[in-house]
Design a protein around this ligand. Structure first.
Ligand SMILES: [Zn+2]
Length: 331
């Protein structure tokens, strides 16, 4: 199994396995696209690998089966199409089966991904799992993943090994994409990396023209419109996302990253620390936007993301946001 970056959480887990103090309850948190599920599978392979060196050997039958998603002792819980876990279908069975011995490996691993997307049952799921997490059977491990650590109950947080994901370097993103897409032209790979930076999941989405591709277009479009100082262009760019709630939301949060970069450039920050999908755009924007204005815009956009989450009418939200942006930048 090839894995890029995040060497610190992997080192931690490896050390624990080597010392025969393997973790049984693990929580992996970090933003979308950073590889939480990949790390969960890596940990499962490290726990079950026949060679028991602390990390997956990648060669033994167990490692190969896990990499193919075909090992009977590594189970990934499934949520419904809205992201919610139906507890009677997918969570209570885990608690019931946890004490049962593994099929063939030395341990069995349950992976419960994207718990934060299970908006309706996020608390219930944790309460049901608490018993297994408090006293995990010797041969059972549970790995939870979520974008934010904040959704976890304190009783869960205090009992799990908590692993935070970080971005990889752009060179690692590049290497990963080249490996995954050997037939894609290097120029396209570079373009995807300039959009997704150290978030491999985002780079992949960009390359495959998924929603992230359009979100980047929206965020860069907003940045360009603001550099041009034309209120109508801001409105027109935003209206490309009319009726598309998740696109507008993601585009706006990417635009916030551009604003953050812009403020940092204005204050003479290091360009290496920029995080946004439009490094050059942020630099241009910083020439016409004071850091104070950038911060005010950032807060306004946060407020409007909250309105989108609260299901406010998208067209009205767009109109109102464009007006607010103009009130900060208009001369
Ligand atoms: Zn192995």
């Amino acid at each position: 199994m090839i894995i890029y970056g995040n060497s610190e959480p992997r080192r931690l887990v490896s050390e624990m396995i080597k010392k025969k103090r393997e973790p049984h309850s693990i929580m992996i948190h970090g933003e979308k696209g950073l590889g939480k599920k990949t790390l969960a599978r890596w940990i499962a392979a490290a726990l079950l690998c026949e060679r028991q060196t602390g990390e997956p050997c990648g060669i033994c039958r167990t490692c190969r089966m896990i990499a193919d998603g075909a090992h009977p002792d590594v189970m990934v819980a499934k949520a419904n199409s809205n992201g919610n876990y139906i507890v009677d279908d997918s969570i209570r069975p885990i608690v019931a089966e946890a004490p049962v011995a593994p099929n063939e490996a030395r341990m069995k691993v349950y992976i419960i991904p994207d718990l934060d997307l299970s908006v309706n049952t996020v608390i219930q799921v944790q309460n049901i799992l608490l018993k297994v997490i408090e006293e995990p059977p010797e041969h059972t491990a549970i790995i939870l993943t979520a974008r934010s650590k904040e959704i976890f109950l304190p009783t869960i947080i205090s009992r799990v090994l908590s692993l935070g994901m970080t971005s990889v370097t752009e060179a690692e993103s590049m290497a990963c994409l080249q490996e995954k897409y050997p037939a894609v032209a290097p120029a396209l790979i570079s373009e995807a990396v300039s959009a997704g930076r150290g978030n491999i999941g985002r780079c992949v989405e960009y390359l495959e023209h998924s929603q992230f591709f359009d979100s980047v277009k929206l965020a860069r479009g907003l940045c360009d419109a603001m550099c041009g100082g034309n209120e109508y262009d801001v409105l027109k760019t935003l209206f490309a996302a009319d009726g598309k709630k998740t696109l507008l939301r993601e585009g706006l949060s990417l635009f916030q990253e551009i604003l953050r970069d812009s403020a940092a450039f204005r204050l003479g920050g290091e360009s290496e620390k920029s995080v946004s999908c439009a490094k050059e755009g942020a630099k241009t924007l910083s020439r016409s936007l004071s850091s104070d204005q950038a911060v005010r815009l950032y807060d306004i956009v946060s407020d409007y993301i909250g309105r989108i989450d609260a299901n406010c009418n998208i067209s009205l939200t767009i109109n109102s946001l464009a007006g607010q942006i103009y009130s900060v930048t208009g001369k």
